[in-house]
Design a protein around this ligand. Structure first.
Ligand code: KG4
Ligand code: ZN
Length: 340
């Protein structure tokens, strides 16, 4: 028998996403973003995000169904992000998902946002191999994971950031450099005309005694700020492009070094890179280069699947359904600070 069409709903931050997946195949998806409404505050405002989800949720689900050429009645299971994320934002998605599941009489699955990011990589280029090492780099997370079987086994945590996430470092440094929000894409664009070796930035936690898979990014932001201040104190205008390129190089270098090392140390032949920062051009280029040199297969989903969306939630839901996982009860709660 055919597996059911899974409707995935994502609302943990500023993106309202709906996606439809069956048997590892993405049938359609739609995303609405409240990013523009947060821009003048320099970061996501939880109350604004929650209201925007209320506004966008049903139209986004409708649009995803239209794109897939499906009707709501053809949905056979619903998956929703229960955490981690902003609590008000998560509540909108979970309430919507319960309503769809209850009224359709289909099972509901509560999923972890990061498991969704990993599963998204399986929507392009075939299922993910088991096991694999996953580098998750987003605005809220920077982690190296060992995934044996996403639907059946707990994810093994190899290392994490001790302070800022890589995306946060991009965003905060962009602010210091006077670049627009969100900072990651702005740094990426500015870096095109910059010299990646113009500013000497550290490669945190890459010394012999350091944790091989832990990250630290708050020092990079501070070093960049000091460089900018130094220029201004000397009456010189800092070259933003050089700072952007140097920051991007330091982050990409650190991330890819540790990710490749994790694969080699654990004898694992595939690296998966997911999350918003996987959209970064230098992170992508350097991972490709280093994986090729180490004989490691690399999986980075196409850009639209790297950032928050409903397809990733549908993807993990589809894996859970096909693995025979137990559905969530209709009174399932959000878990804003869900651990891995
Ligand atoms: O996964 P995501 O969409 O949301 C979270 O779950 O956090 O990631 C958003 C993060 C932001 O910090 C954003 O600045 C960063 O990903 N980002 C980038 C790029 N595109 C998005 N960082 C660097 N270069 C990019 N091209
Ligand atoms: Zn995310």
């Amino acid at each position: 028998p055919e597996s059911p069409v899974v409707l995935g709903i994502e609302s943990s931050c500023d993106e309202t996403g709906a996606g439809l997946v069956r048997d590892g195949v993405l049938l359609g998806q739609a995303v609405a973003s409240s990013m523009d409404e947060h821009a003048r505050y320099g970061g996501v405002v939880p109350e604004i995000a929650a209201r925007a989800h209320v506004h966008a949720m049903a139209p986004v689900v409708r649009e995803a169904l239209d794109r897939a050429g499906l009707t709501l009645g053809q949905v056979g299971a619903v998956a929703v992000t229960t955490g981690p994320g902003l609590s008000g934002a998560l509540q909108v998605g979970v309430a919507a998902a319960k309503s769809y599941a209850f009224s359709l009489g289909v099972p509901l699955y509560g999923v972890h946002h990061l498991a969704g990011h990993v599963a998204a990589a399986g929507l392009a280029g075939g299922p993910l191999p088991n096991p694999c090492v996953v580098l998750i780099v987003s605005g809220g997370h920077t982690s190296l994971l060992l995934v044996r079987d996403l639907a059946r086994d707990p994810i093994v945590h190899l290392g994490d950031t001790l302070d800022d996430a890589a995306g946060e470092c991009f965003d905060k440094t962009a602010r210091i450099l006077g670049l627009p929000y969100p900072g990651g894409p702005a740094v990426d664009r500015a870096a095109r005309d910059g010299d990646p070796h113009a500013v000497r930035l550290p490669r945190p936690l890459t010394g012999p005694g350091d944790h091989p898979y832990a990250f630290s990014f708050s020092g990079l932001k501070t070093a960049a700020a000091r460089w900018v201040e130094g220029h201004r104190a000397a009456g010189a205008e800092p070259r933003v492009a050089d700072a952007a390129a140097s920051l991007q190089e330091a982050i990409a270098d650190t991330l890819t070094r540790k990710a490749v090392r994790a694969c080699v140390d654990h004898g694992i032949g595939t690296l998966v890179v997911v999350g918003g920062v996987a959209a970064n051009s230098r992170v992508r280029a350097l991972t490709e280069q280093r994986c090729a040199a180490a004989g490691i297969a690399l999986r980075v989903p196409p850009l639209p699947l790297c950032t928050d969306n409903g397809a990733m939630v549908a993807a993990i839901g589809d894996l859970l359904v096909r693995a025979g996982a137990a559905p969530a009860p209709l009174d399932v709660s959000i878990d804003p600070s869900a651990p891995l």
